[in-house]
Design a protein around this ligand. Structure first.
Ligand code: ADP
Ligand code: MG
Length: 250
């Protein structure tokens, strides 16, 4: 079994004296599509932030593997570190944070922070906008775009960085059904490329279509971690079953 790309060992995360995550053990393998589900406040966003590295665990450890430059798979051959590069991780939020600039400039700023400049950046930005169907909107102010277009722009900004792992925090929650479908279709394309995708969601239809593996959280604990089919049809703890039946508020 290859090394996980990201692993959490006994992670606890506290905000002040509020414990948002408790005893989390989790490994994310290359190419996996994992959905994190659970009621509001169960810790999904916090877990994504810890997996990303935006938040450091209060206790326990976050590890990430070095990857091969070409395909972003975990480096298996020890002693060949000269060929390794650090893992690239990007995150998409429920509401995209966009600057008061053109769509293209928003993508370029992301690339600039990643150290990509000049003609190369122009080319990568154009390609990313084309990928998400926004080539013709490139020069429009980002904030004048529709909600669905804004989320696709945020996806282009993340995609332009060619991350190995993309984390998505309820990316379609604020979108209308048409925009939802557009974003879902793009995610399916990224999945087909083999990108590792982690998504927090409480829309079970979306989870069923998207995920291979489902992690169910309740009050900061992982109560189930199962292949998607097993999660929806098979052996899950009673709490998760209640959630599936919609008996828990969210
Ligand atoms: P979810 O994404 O599943 O709704 P969150 O990870 O946002 O859950 O929140 C988990 C718990 O941590 C909740 O009880 C929430 O109120 C609390 N929490 C989240 N962010 C903060 C913060 N910045 N400061 C204090 N408490 C927070
Ligand atoms: Mg959340």
């Amino acid at each position: 079994m290859a090394e996980p790309l990201i692993a959490l060992d006994n992670v606890v995360l506290r905000y002040g004296d509020h414990e948002a995550l408790t005893g989390i053990n989790l490994g994310v393998n290359a190419g996996e599509r994992i959905a994190f589900v659970g009621a509001n406040g169960s810790g999904k966003s916090t877990l994504l932030r810890v997996l990303h590295g935006l938040l450091a665990p209060t206790e326990g450890l976050r590890r990430e593997s070095l990857v091969t430059p070409a395909d972003g798979r975990p480096l298996e051959t020890r002693g060949s570190l000269g060929r390794a590069r650090p893992l690239r991780v990007a995150m998409l939020f429920q509401r995209p944070f966009l600057l008061r600039l053109s769509a293209e400039a928003n993508v370029r700023v992301g690339l600039w922070f990643a150290g990509v400049r000049g003609a190369h950046a122009r080319q990568q930005a154009a390609e990313a906008l084309r990928r998400v169907g926004l080539a013709t909107e490139a020069q429009r102010p980002a904030r004048a775009l529709s909600g669905g277009q804004q989320q696709r722009l945020a996806l282009a900004r993340a995609w332009a960085l060619q991350p190995d792992v993309l984390l998505l925090d309820e990316p379609t929650a604020s979108l209308d059904p048409t925009a939802k479908r557009e974003v879902e279709a793009l995610l399916a394309e990224l999945a087909a490329q083999g990108m590792t995708l982690l998504m927090a969601s409480h829309q079970l239809g979306e989870v069923r279509r998207f995920a291979q593996r489902v992690v169910y959280l309740e009050r900061g604990r992982v109560l189930a971690d199962a292949p998607v089919q097993e999660f929806f049809e098979g052996a899950v703890p009673p709490e998760a079953r209640l959630f599936l039946k919609g008996e828990l508020p969210w």
